[in-house]
Unconditional design. Sequence first.
Length: 40
Amino acid sequence: MKLGKDVAALEVQDLDGGERALGETWRERTAVLVFLRHFG
């Protein structure tokens, strides 16, 4: 599945504001990805 590998390589911010690859989040356990949109 190529899409999964592409998404896993995306850089995101963690809770501390640091950058990490999205795939690191689900490497060891299941993860839930939520998209929030700010209206304002």
